[in-house]
Ligand binder design. Structure first.
Ligand SMILES: Cc1cc2nc3c(=O)[nH]c(=O)nc-3n(C[C@H](O)[C@H](O)[C@H](O)COP(=O)(O)OP(=O)(O)OC[C@H]3O[C@@H](n4cnc5c(N)ncnc54)[C@H](O)[C@@H]3O)c2cc1C
Length: 385
């Protein structure tokens, strides 16, 4: 009975979030893109509707959505605004890291604050010389009695301009470690990054830490867990969000193209009656569908804590990012010259879709990871033949 009530409550929350996204975010996404930021009223609305607590259990002040429900919200965000999607992505990455690796004291201190939107979480891994190769980070975490001194410079930090809590990846005694750093800590310098081509309202920053003293208890996980566990699991959450967001963006491309191809006439008939345009629409349709099914497969794997959930999530992100990229390119093509005008959203879709192939592991890095699992997948298929 109480499980059924929980389910109903969560379904209501998801419906409210989707409605808020469609009314307050989708309708204004082009304005956010032009302004290069998400305005304060939108951030307040997200907080009010529980967006910042969606991955946090009710016991810690969130609404505790399950993987499928979370996926649907990410999908709505991707359809509305890739920048807003990235807000939810990085925030959920930090919340999930705390839930998985945080001590009881860390959870008690931070999760309610993150759930209410009192602090926005940002993930600070990338550096000038450390992109795909996360192990190359040069940020140092130096142990000094009961403090850790953080020194380093992080690049491309989404929502770094407004984040209240940074999950910083650095090297402690030569090994990868992750630490929570409060924005108010002395020694942090935040420099906004303007002029991004995609995710323009992602409020990116370069974040420099200079002799930044953080209590030792802010280290996440034990020293035995480093790159593969903590960073790997944070990126896994990021990939799950981006996979669903890419499906949402692919849907937006399909919808814009269907509408345009029905109205625009050339050679005496609507574009949708020209076979080569039909080919583009057909490809968009099936690639969107295939990507969505892969995301549902990843959601099921995550809900069951299946041993292959990470690889199924990676596969979903890989397929969905490519589907969004191809859909955006086709949408631009179908719109002709109008596609290049800011009067139509497809130029934003195209700029944003390119980013999906770069963040949370580039397309090439996903290919490398997936290929490593190809033998097991092939083995698993034998039972069907
Ligand atoms: C909009 C946006 C938001 C971002 N937000 C964040 C954030 O919040 N936090 C954060 O830490 N970072 C963030 N990043 C950075 C992002 O994570 C990195 O861009 C990404 O990890 C890739 O690193 P790189 O850009 O240095 O590319 P590189 O690693 O230099 O790669 C360049 C090219 O080489 C290819 N390549 C590299 N290594 C291999 C290999 N072994 N095999 C085959 N090909 C390879 C890549 O696939 C790519 O095509 C963001 C980036 C963008 C664009």
């Amino acid at each position: 009975m109480s499980a059924a009530v929980d389910l109903l409550e969560r379904a209501t929350q998801v419906a409210r979030l989707k409605s808020m996204i469609s009314v307050a975010i989708a309708a204004r996404a082009d304005d956010f893109d032009a302004a290069g930021e998400l305005p304060a009223d939108v951030l307040s609305l997200c907080a009010q509707e529980g967006l910042f607590g969606m991955a946090i259990p009710t016991g810690h002040g969130g609404i505790g959505l399950d993987p499928r429900e979370l996926g649907e919200v990410f999908e709505s965000l991707g359809r509305a605004s890739a920048s807003a999607l990235s807000l939810a992505t990085v925030h959920v990455m930090v919340c999930s890291a705390l839930l998985r690796w945080g001590s009881a004291a860390q959870k008690q201190r931070w999760l309610p604050h993150l759930a209410s939107g009192g602090a926005i979480g940002a993930f600070a891994l990338s550096e000038a010389e450390a992109g795909s190769d996360a192990n190359a980070v040069q940020t140092t975490l130096r142990s000094e009695s009961d403090e850790i001194v953080v020194d380093g410079c992080k690049a491309w930090i989404s929502f770094g301009t407004i984040a209240g809590l940074f999950l910083v990846v650095g090297k402690l005694d030569g090994r990868i470690a992750a630490i929570l750093v409060d924005r108010s800590t002395p020694g942090i310098d935040i420099e906004p990054i303007d002029g991004m081509a995609g995710f323009r309202a992602g409020m990116l920053a370069q974040v420099r830490f200079e002799g930044c003293r953080v209590p030792r208890e802010n280290l996440l996980g034990s020293a035995d867990f480093g790159l593969s566990q903590i960073v790997g699991s944070v990126l896994d959450h990021g990939r799950y969000s981006i996979a669903w967001g890419a499906v949402g963006l692919a849907q937006a491309c399909l919808q814009a193209s269907v509408d345009y191809a029905a109205k625009r006439r050339q050679f005496g008939r609507p574009l949708q009656e020209h076979q080569l345009v039909q080919q583009m629409l057909a490809d968009m349709m099936v690639e969107h569908r295939a990507a969505r099914l892969m995301c549902l497969d990843a959601a099921a794997a995550r809900a069951n804590r299946s041993p292959d959930m990470i690889v199924r999530t990676t596969a979903a992100k890989y397929v969905a990012a490519r589907a969004a990229d191809r859909a955006a390119a086709a949408a631009m093509q179908i719109h002709g010259a109008n596609g290049f005008s800011t009067r139509y959203p497809v130029q934003r879709f195209q700029r944003d879709a390119r980013v999906f192939g770069v963040i949370e592991g580039t397309t090439q890095i996903q290919q490398v990871l997936l290929a490593q699992h190809a033998p097991q997948w092939a083995d698993g298929l034998k039972e069907f033949f």
